[in-house]
Write a protein that binds this ligand. Structure first.
Ligand code: FAD
Length: 471
């Protein structure tokens, strides 16, 4: 008897071209493991459509045969969302061939791109016209705009420009039955009923496959100011944020908190990086930008820091005097994750809290964690301006990896229960994926979960779109 799998796979191959259906295990392997190497799945094949029409045709075949589809962009996600499960039934749908800049409309300040362009390529396309696409992540050389929109990515400029969700005006999506939702409108005002594109932004590929988007552009910054500030404590950092907001308004683009231990591990593995303000417990990296060349943003930042010092909100500060110094200050922040990885096993959390609650949350969570796991080392850093902390626990010095990681469930429970008690979120920017799916029901209300499941069932009644993720 003919293998029915072979029949539908042949139809998929007809839809996208046989060369773009990968089945050789060596070709498929890189698509089956997540970036951190935490999840490993199996798949029947990896399919690489070259256009929305090809993708629509392949989804129609998959829908008819009830084949699960796992969308994948740059595979840099941190929650296992782009990794298929272990049953080997799914097709991984890679957007890597859909890489066209469809349109740039300078007067409308919009850019229409396909989902498979990397974030860095999107930024470059905007910059080539003298404009800014402000989303910026450490993974921007590899992650794709389709993945960014599907995870509602954050990054280092959310304070000024918002998450990925806020940078989208229009969207094109292939739905789980193969229909194309063509909503590529570059409108800043459009009150014609439900804003359907919002359903797909941050949906982690569970409702459809994003194929293109109309993105908002901004003026490129032409004057930049960067300061590393030592603060007496986190309460003072929150006070400083308020002061700088008042002084700089929307020229304040970044406000990153770093504990001393975070800086230590960043520098331990990159000893060439500077340590201009040694001997303090907490630091903030401040970024301010202005679209006008030769603007006073640097002087304004310095004046505001002086006034904050008089109010006791900072202990010391240094301003970058050149682009090279700016890059080195940012490198301190950007190398924390890598430093922590090299430091040994760690348990990570990507949490959001009201900024005003963070000074009370930190000591309470720390006391509970150190009581449960004495000797653990807290690595606390992140986007304080957005209320988003990367709140991580490194193993006690000399502890075995496996023994430490056995406590991950307990540690997550402690941290996330505190986050919940302070009206926060267990996922600020990385998403739910596989990693936090089981935890979600503990922290989302029954009404929210029920609505999410009803939306999922309405749009994807056969459950073929990225099954096992989010809900
Ligand atoms: C070094 C490093 C730094 C990072 N820094 C940040 C950070 O600062 N802020 C932040 O938010 N994230 C960060 N991330 C996480 C990651 O880069 C983002 O989540 C990114 O948006 C994922 O994009 P991707 O193309 O790699 O998506 P993938 O990993 O391929 O997929 C992520 C999810 O989106 C779905 N998906 C992908 N493409 C599509 C599509 N076209 N249509 C529908 N669904 C799709 C997948 O199924 C999956 O659920 C970082 C990751 C690394 C490795």
């Amino acid at each position: 008897m003919a293998d029915p799998g072979a029949t539908w796979l042949a139809r998929v191959a007809a839809a996208v071209g046989p060369a773009h259906v990968l089945t050789d295990p060596a070709d498929v392997e890189p698509y089956l493991v997540d970036w951190r190497g935490r999840y490993k799945g199996r798949a029947r094949a990896v399919v690489r459509p070259g256009s929305t029409e090809e993708l629509s045709a392949l989804v129609r075949v998959a829908a008819g045969a009830r084949i699960p589809l796992v969308p994948q962009g740059g595979n840099t996600g941190l929650v296992g969302g782009a990794t298929p499960d272990g049953d080997g039934e799914a097709l991984v749908v890679s957007l890597s061939r859909m890489r066209r800049v469809r349109e740039i409309d300078v007067a409308n300040a919009t850019l229409t791109v396909e989902a498979g362009l990397t974030l860095a390529e999107v930024q470059q396309a905007a910059a080539a016209e003298g404009l800014l696409f402000p989303l910026s992540l450490a993974s921007e050389g590899s992650c794709t705009i389709g993945g960014n929109l599907s995870t509602n990515a954050g990054g280092t400029a959310v304070l000024r420009y918002g998450n990925a969700r806020e940078l989208v005006l229009g969207l094109e999506v292939v739905l789980p039955d193969g229909q194309v939702l063509g909503a590529l409108r570059g409108l800043r005002k459009d009150n014609t009923g439900y804003d359907l594109k919002q359903l797909f932004l941050g949906a982690e590929g569970t409702l459809g496959i994003v194929t293109a988007a109309v993105l908002k552009l901004y003026p490129l910054p032409r004057s930049r100011a960067t300061a590393l500030v030592a603060v007496p404590d986190v309460q003072a950092a929150v006070g400083l944020l308020g002061d700088l907001r008042s002084a700089l308004a929307d020229r304040l683009t970044g406000f990153e908190l770093m504990s001393r231990f975070s800086l230590d591990i960043s520098r331990r593995h990159h000893p060439d990086l500077p340590d201009p303000l040694p001997g303090h417990a907490w630091y903030v990296l401040v970024q301010a930008d202005d679209p006008r060349a030769g603007s006073s943003v640097g002087d304004d930042l310095e004046t505001a820091l002086g006034a904050a010092a008089e109010r006791g909100l900072l202990a010391d500060a240094t301003l970058a005097q050149s682009d090279a110094q700016r890059a080195r200050l940012w490198a301190l922040r950007e190398n924390i994750s890598e430093g922590q990885r090299r430091e040994g096993p760690n348990i990570k959390h990507d949490i959001a809290l009201p900024v005003s609650s963070i000074p009370a949350f930190l000591p309470q969570a720390e006391r509970a964690l150190l009581a449960a796991l004495p000797g653990s080392r807290l690595v606390i850093f992140g986007h304080l301006g957005d209320g988003n902390l990367h709140y991580n626990l490194s193993a006690p010095e000399g502890a075995g990896a496996a023994a430490f990681m056995e406590h991950a469930g307990m540690v997550n429970r402690i941290v996330h229960d505190f986050v919940h008690a302070f009206h926060g979120s267990i996922s600020a920017e990385h998403g739910i994926g596989q990693l936090k799916r089981e935890e979600l029901p503990r922290y989302k209300s029954a009404v929210e979960l029920d609505l999410m499941r009803r939306i999922k069932r309405a749009i994807d009644p056969h459950g073929i779109m990225n099954p096992g993720k989010v809900v």
